[in-house]
Design a binder for this molecule. Structure first.
Ligand SMILES: [Zn+2]
Length: 240
């Protein structure tokens, strides 16, 4: 029987994406990306994530339908990879020949409001089918919200392999002091030629704290209620 742990695929590609991302940003924390440190980071993450085994194509179908869980998983995995990368770099193996020196600068910390990942689902209000190929915008004070890094898009276009699911991970918002309580007011704006436009307002309370350059909201996902889009005129016809 051919069994495959899909978590391995996700962790390997996540490490690749995150390392590329950090290098594109000039590697400000001077992480070592040699093969040994890369493998140590992968092992760190794999040892902390529940394996997800599939036997056949049925497994894939189930995973695809479980889109929102998988996206959350990706945020968790990204957080683990960052954590692993830091630990590995703090405890570098003296016997390995690291291809770059890891002179670390602790002066990158700053105060900020750490915004959790925001996840939701979008359905057709008549057929209850999950929607795809629709653009969802996350706005704050009328402006598109900046995402944490290039792995996250805003606007986000719903894709057919994670039907109806969308998620955002806003960048931390700089703060003047620690322990300031602030409520961020967001709106989701969803427009499509096939449906009446939809705007959904929500608030996320946060507290400012010290951030590391690649910090994360490990256990925080803000889940939105399921949202429904209606074809033009449908709401009136049905007497809603
Ligand atoms: Zn190394």
């Amino acid at each position: 029987m051919d069994i495959h742990n899909t978590t391995e695929d996700i962790v390997f590609s996540s490490v690749q994406t995150i390392f590329d991302e950090i290098q594109k940003e000039g590697n400000p924390e001077k992480f070592c990306f040699c093969d040994q440190c890369r493998m140590d980071t992968i092992c760190y993450a794999l040892n902390r994530i529940e394996p997800h085994y599939i036997v056949s194509n049925r497994g894939f179908t189930r995973m695809e339908q479980d889109g929102i869980k998988r996206q959350q998983n990706e945020a968790d995995i990204a957080a683990l990879v960052y954590n692993g990368l830091r630990l590995v770099n703090h405890n570098q193996r003296p016997t390995a020949s690291h291809d770059s020196t890891a002179a670390r600068d602790a002066d990158h910390s700053k105060l900020a409001f750490d915004i959790p990942t925001i996840a939701g689902r979008l359905f057709d209000g008549v057929t209850f089918a999950p929607l795809s190929d629709i653009k969802v915008e996350l706005r704050c004070n009328g402006e598109l919200v900046t995402m944490r890094n290039r792995n996250w898009q805003n606007p986000y276009t719903l894709v057919s392999n994670t039907p109806g699911s969308f998620s955002f991970w806003p960048a931390p918002v700089p703060a003047e002091e620690a322990d300031i309580h602030k409520v961020f007011e967001y709106s989701l704006k969803i427009e499509s030629s096939e449906y009446e436009p939809l705007t959904h307002f929500f608030k996320i309370p946060t507290v400012s704290k010290m951030q590391m350059p690649f910090s994360y909201s490990l256990d925080r996902t803000f889940k939105l209620p399921d949202l429904y889009m209606f074809p033009p005129g449908e709401a009136e016809q049905n007497g809603y």
